[in-house]
Design a protein. Structure first.
Length: 173
């Protein structure tokens, strides 16, 4: 039988990384996928790196091409629009939360083609319409609008697309 003093600790704290180790780990992380500088700073803090060393590491990563806010913003916009079906409002909000400058956000948003943007919303709304079309007309329209706006699509575009989707369905009946 073991005594309490003999049992190994369950959650032994890890030793903090040295700045060189943190630099290598951060570079490897950035090489695998685009990262926001703020996310890297957060990781460095978790790894036990002080703020002065973290600033130097982030600057060095940027100089070496591992970190680029504009490249990150473009990749983020493309991924969130294509795979998550998010609109410009939600994407922009998330980029601002990650500390990306407005100029980089605006440049990245230009990647989204207006026709693709509306097509994506119509595709999402058509799938949603199947779940709400049996409701009373106003309730169904409100549910569709809430859905579109919660996905980050602008209200005027959402309204136009909801009208288009619901009128297409009415013609099919």
């Amino acid at each position: 039988m073991t005594t309490p003093s003999q049992t190994p600790p369950m959650n032994k704290p890890k030793d903090p990384l040295t700045p060189a180790q943190a630099m290598n780990r951060a570079a490897a992380l950035c090489a695998r996928s685009e990262q926001a500088p703020a996310d890297i700073r957060d990781k460095l803090a978790k790894w036990g790196i002080n703020s002065d060393d973290a600033i130097r590491i982030v600057q060095q990563l940027a100089q070496q091409g591992f970190l680029d806010e504009e490249r990150f913003a473009r990749a983020f916009v493309k991924d969130r629009f294509t795979f998550n079906g998010w609109g410009r409002v939600k994407i922009g909000h998330q980029l601002r939360l990650k500390g990306i400058p407005a100029a980089a956000i605006d440049m990245a948003m230009a990647v989204i083609d207006d026709n693709q943007y509306r097509s994506k919303l119509i595709q999402l709304l058509q799938a949603k319409w199947r779940t709400v079309k049996k409701r009373e007309t106003r309730a169904a329209w409100a549910a569709m609008m809430r859905f579109a706006v919660s996905r980050g699509f602008e209200t005027p575009i959402a309204s136009d697309c909801v009208k288009q989707v619901t009128s297409i369905d009415a013609e099919d009946d």
